[in-house]
Ligand binder design. Structure first.
Ligand code: AMP
Length: 581
């Protein structure tokens, strides 16, 4: 099947969309929701759960689940779930596999091509890791697209005749990006991007949980070690409370006991929106520098911005919109759903690849968000000092871009040069990020000063290639960077991971709604008083029996009874599904 899908692979939630004649459309998952929580679990039968069911499982069995793994893409971090070790690439591939299955069910055919979004501020390793995750999931990644650019595309799609300067402010579950985008004559030009790769709603939830624990005389780190079940349930309760505080002035947070159970006479505290805003104030301060950087790099003043657009679930907090208003001197808006707009933009980009008739006029250009360069040494007086950064591609240069510079040998008869490739904005390499090394060999023995041309090519996916040419011999060196120890899977490792993940079985897709309901019922069971527990237990027994008998009529009636009881006892589930707007 030739269909290309657009995927927003988020820290908290993921979404998939496709292009139609009327514009981008989201594809619902097996539960009928447009958002799939980016949570992976392995149940007691050794089968993989992805999405809402895994999120429910996480509350009672955090050791069987992994979440927020996007934060670790391209690093050595692994998660042990149900005794098995997973890399962030593998966990992301399971989320992608689930979205691919949703799209395949929707189109009734195999899907193998996708555009996947990443935070603009994702570095080279994180981008390569995302591409690897796609491959492991059996998807050819047509393009790695920056999230704020995707959001701008979704906004720009219907307004191709307008001339506007847009600032996209994207605060999601785990990352923060800000981009300045110009829209003119059907062209969408990203002028500058900046951000922080570890800043988002998860930090607010953890801060809130930390304060709740503090009020009970506990520290977050210690509690996480000694009572992981208490912390996993508290985090879930705090996320719900945080979401409620976006529309209510105060809310109550119940304190689970050390086993993670909510007792009838257990402790609870009231938290006001004001308090929450105070607690997260220091985190929110960090949005200011990237915003200023973007305005500087794009050489625009805040008065020249026509619209400020909010993207990402965390921008629903009133304090975020207030801060943005103060910072930019105009109120922001979010006319498109901030949770869905990135996937929609990815679908438009997918439409551009597929030459979809509704987008054939649109041109999109993007930038490299970081400065890229190499380490050099400098002659300072009589001393030669190494550790200095020589930029080759400056941040916010339009991509694709290819630029070169010359380095020279320092000693007579020097036949090799070790090029160390860095990204970052510091004058010294120690404060920048080492991306990889390239050893230049075969320089003819001669006096010092032999020249080597170093060429950096930064492609549309934001992936860097480095090439070195010895000027005297015209000999070119390998273009592949020997990857830094952290991150970077080899093709063999990707193949192996593909096999390992294929071996993990998932439940049939048509069972998803039932599995989710049972997981939710198990969690709610532990939150109830004993009378209610007995009643719920009977409902669960009835539902499980109907499922095992495969009696369609009994399944339907038992499911309805169970669902309506859960909706009554657990009304805030929508706070986590973000369907509260
Ligand atoms: P995203 O990565 O864009 O899906 O954003 C997810 C983050 O947004 C999570 O940390 C959510 O808790 C947070 N979020 C979603 N809705 C709200 C809301 N109404 N108020 C506060 N935070 C929210």
């Amino acid at each position: 099947m030739n269909q290309i899908i657009g995927i927003d692979l988020g820290t908290t939630n993921s979404a998939v969309a496709y292009m139609t004649d009327d514009g981008p459309q989201l594809i619902p998952n097996a539960l009928g929701s447009n958002l799939t929580p980016s949570v992976v679990g392995i149940d007691e039968d050794g089968r993989v759960l992805v999405g809402s069911a895994a999120r429910e499982l996480r509350v009672l069995h955090p050791d069987r689940c992994a979440s927020v793994f996007k934060r670790y893409m391209g690093t050595d971090w692994t998660a042990k779930i149900a005794g098995k070790e997973f890399t962030p690439e593998e966990l992301s591939s399971l989320v992608l596999r689930s979205l691919k299955a949703d799209a395949e069910a929707f189109f009734k055919g195999e899907i193998t091509r996708a555009v996947i979004t990443v935070p603009a501020y994702f570095n080279d390793q994180q981008r390569k890791a995302t591409m690897a995750a796609g491959k492991i999931a059996g998807l050819y990644v047509e393009r790695i697209l920056n999230e704020p650019t995707a959001a701008a595309i979704a906004y720009g799609f219907h307004r191709q005749d307008e001339e506007k300067s847009l600032l996209i402010f994207d605060l999601g579950g785990g990352t923060f990006d800000v981009s300045l985008v110009d829209l003119f004559d059907g062209t969408l030009e990203v002028k500058a991007s900046s951000g922080e790769s570890i800043l988002g709603g998860e930090d607010f939830t953890r801060t809130l949980a930390g304060r709740v624990l503090e009020r009970h005389g506990l520290s977050f780190e210690k509690a996480e070690m000694s009572s992981p079940l208490m912390v996993s349930r508290l985090l879930r309760l705090c996320e719900g409370a945080k979401v409620r505080l976006s529309r209510e002035e105060s809310t109550i947070i119940r304190m689970p006991n050390k086993n993670g159970d909510l007792e009838e006479d257990g402790k609870q505290i009231t938290v006001t929106r004001r308090e929450m805003e105070e607690w997260i104030g220091h985190i929110l301060n960090r949005i200011e520098l990237p915003v200023r950087r973007v305005l500087n790099d794009a050489k625009v003043t805040k008065d020249e911005i026509d619209e400020v657009i909010l993207v990402g679930g965390a921008t629903r907090m009133p304090v975020v919109a207030d801060r943005v208003t103060k910072l930019l001197g105009k109120p922001p808006h979010c006319r498109l759903n901030p949770d869905e707009v990135v996937a929609m933009g990815a679908a438009v980009q997918a439409g551009l690849f597929a030459k979809h008739q509704s987008v054939d006029e649109m041109v999109v250009t993007d930038v490299a968000p970081f400065t890229l360069g190499i380490e050099i040494s400098k002659q300072l007086g009589s001393e030669r000092r190494s550790g200095y950064f020589m930029p080759i591609i400056s941040r916010n240069t339009t991509i694709p871009i290819s630029r070169s510079d010359i380095v020279t040998t320092l000693a007579p008869n020097q036949t090799t040069i070790m090029l160390k490739v860095y990204q970052g904005e510091s004058r010294k390499v120690e404060d920048n990020l080492l991306l990889g090394k390239l050893e230049v060999k075969g320089i003819p023995p001669a006096a010092a000063g032999q020249e080597v041309e170093v060429r950096f090519t930064y492609d549309l996916n934001g992936v860097l290639e480095v090439e070195a040419t010895v000027i005297a011999t015209k000999k070119k060196m390998s273009t592949v960077i020997t990857r830094h120890a952290k991150g970077g899977m080899t093709p063999q490792e990707i193949q192996q991971a593909q096999k390992d993940m294929e071996r993990l079985k998932a439940h049939p897709r048509e069972d998803s709604a039932n599995r989710f309901l049972l997981r939710r019922a198990e969690r709610v069971y532990q939150e109830l008083s004993s009378d209610d527990r007995q009643f719920l237990s009977r409902l669960m027994d009835g539902f499980e029996e109907a499922l095992s008998m495969q009696d369609a009529i009994a399944i339907e009636s038992n499911r309805e009874a169970l669902e309506s009881f859960l909706d009554r006892m657990d009304p805030n589930i929508d706070d986590l599904n973000q369907e509260n707007e």
